[in-house]
Design a protein around this ligand. Structure first.
Ligand code: ZN
Length: 502
């Protein structure tokens, strides 16, 4: 059995190497590659993706997994070996349904579509990407069709990113959340909006970057295993447990954009950095779901990084970094500015209270595109309608409308947005559990110390990688299933104080 397990690990390691080589090519495409490289890069990533897929679905892998079943069943569920075999089998069973030729075609298409989007968005030219998006929808539907027996056609796509969840589960949670959120948004946005002009002065790029890096170093982001570069749409990527990178973008007239994106991506990165090193090269060495991943980025970005205690500590430092811009701006004014709640157009810039409305409308549009009730041709208009309906605001153009997010232009349509809001909900749930175990955490944050929180997260969440599903992890950490109450309570407490709500 040991020999068979070793053979499985060797095969998985090769697949892992191919995928990580492709991830490096993708990182390069999004950071330093000149536009002329796009076509060949798409082909190269497709080749690697196809090779990895061929190796994953090799019948020899299936045979090994079958032969290892008795060994797995003799081990405790949470043992490393049993978990590795279990997660590898799940990956195999998902992969084996998708032909390698499809993976190659779709990967190639995605690289070209991404490149087109980087040009179409600044040019406000939806028609430039429309034919590509139509193909993406076809590919996404095709991908779902490889997993027949679903309830909603989005189910298989959601299962890829948030394993174990269905469209109907997500819709039910979102409906609950919307019911709670809408009155809060209404109560706040009927007031005079917070003055955030202090954030919209000129802030030189290098100083912005320097400050963000200083904060995440204190968080515990390990620069021996990471770095930050510039890109169009910030992301975290990993080539091994020893090389976990983040990216950001800077607007010199918006202090919040780069800073909070850096805090956000550092949360994703610290999750991966905290995974047990013994899992390197195996399917266990990944965050377990998009929702759990996003819970960590949102926790470090918002619950910590936009808290009053955090800025009690860091604001004098920020003022010293930007004395001309912030020297005369009080902490109160700044704190209100970074937590200003307004009906806005851009998801990534949205405040904590309205953010989920942006996500939920995207989720609904995805469902409609996939089930055929919304065509790509009608998408820009449907987008505008939903923004007017849900947020009472319409984008002046497609650039800040349907073109604003990279996801549909680089991945599937379906399965990519629900994780953001699931993550917000989980961030509240996990943070509550951390505070229960360590009530001293807020006082530490107040002193710019994050060790207790970071260690608790590492011990209870990060180290396990993909060993447990999101549902299992949540049960272990909080003693129950996913629920929205702690997150809603967090929002009500924080924003109730800020906006004097009852
Ligand atoms: Zn994120």
């Amino acid at each position: 059995m040991e020999k068979k397990l070793q053979e499985l690990k060797t095969r998985l390691l090769e697949i892992n190497d191919l995928n990580n080589a492709a991830a490096l090519l993708s990182w390069d495409q999004s950071t330093y590659m000149p536009p002329g490289g796009a076509e060949a890069r798409g082909r190269q990533m497709a080749t690697l993706g196809k090779l990895a897929q061929e190796k994953m679905v090799d019948p020899a892998v299936g045979k090994l997994l079958d032969e290892l079943r008795p060994y797995e069943e003799g081990l405790p569920y949470d043992s490393d070996d049993a978990s590795l075999i279990r997660v590898a089998r799940r990956t195999f069973e998902q992969a084996v349904n998708i032909p390698p030729s499809f993976v190659a075609e779709f990967t190639n298409h995605n690289a070209l579509s991404y490149q087109a989007w980087t040009e179409a968005r600044p040019a406000n030219d939806f028609n430039r990407v429309r034919p590509m998006l139509e193909k993406t929808l076809d590919y996404s539907r095709q991908m779902a069709e490889y997993f027949p027996g679903y309830g909603h056609i989005a189910d298989p796509l959601i299962n890829f990113t948030d394993y174990g969840m269905k469209a109907s589960d997500v819709s039910a949670i979102f409906a609950q959340l919307r019911k709670e959120l809408v009155p809060i948004v209404k109560a706040i946005t009927s007031q005079e909006p917070a003055d955030d002009s202090c954030l919209r002065q000129f802030y030189p790029q290098d100083k912005q970057l320097e400050f963000g890096l200083k904060v995440i170093k204190k968080y515990g982001y390990d620069f021996n295993r990471g770095r930050q570069d510039l890109t169009h749409h910030p992301f975290m990527t990993k080539f091994s447990l020893g090389d976990i990178r983040i990216t950001t973008r800077v607007h010199e007239t918006d202090l919040g954009d780069a800073l909070f994106s850096t805090l956000h991506e550092s949360g994703h990165a610290m999750y991966e950095m905290g995974i047990n090193m013994a899992y390197e090269g195996t399917p266990l060495a990944n965050g377990t779901s998009s929702g759990v991943h996003e819970s960590q980025s949102r926790l470090w970005e918002n619950i910590v990084g936009r808290s009053r205690g955090f800025w009690d500590h860091f604001y004098p430092d920020l003022q010293a970094t930007f004395p001309d811009q912030l020297g005369k701006v009080s902490l109160d004014t700044f704190y209100r500015a970074i937590n200003g709640v307004r009906k806005s157009l851009i998801r990534t810039d949205a405040d904590e209270v309205t953010y989920n409305l942006h996500v939920m409308l995207r989720f609904d549009l995805e469902m409609q595109m996939l089930d055929g009730s919304l065509s790509i041709r009608d998408l820009p208009e449907a987008w505008q309608e939903r923004y007017e309906n849900d947020l009472g605001i319409a984008a002046p153009d497609n650039r800040d409308g349907v073109l604003q997010d990279v996801h549909w232009y680089a991945f599937t349509i379906g399965g990519v947005f629900q994780g953001y809001t699931l993550g917000n909900i989980l961030s509240g749930l996990y943070y509550q559990a951390a505070l229960k175990a360590h009530p001293e955490i807020p006082a530490e944050i107040n002193h710019g110390k994050f060790d207790t929180l970071h260690n608790w997260l590492r011990t209870n969440l990060y180290q396990h990688g993909s060993k447990f599903t999101a549902a299992e992890l949540t049960e272990r950490v909080t003693g129950g299933p996913l629920r929205i109450e702690p997150y809603i309570q967090y929002l009500k407490t924080k924003y109730g104080e800020l906006y004097k709500l009852d």
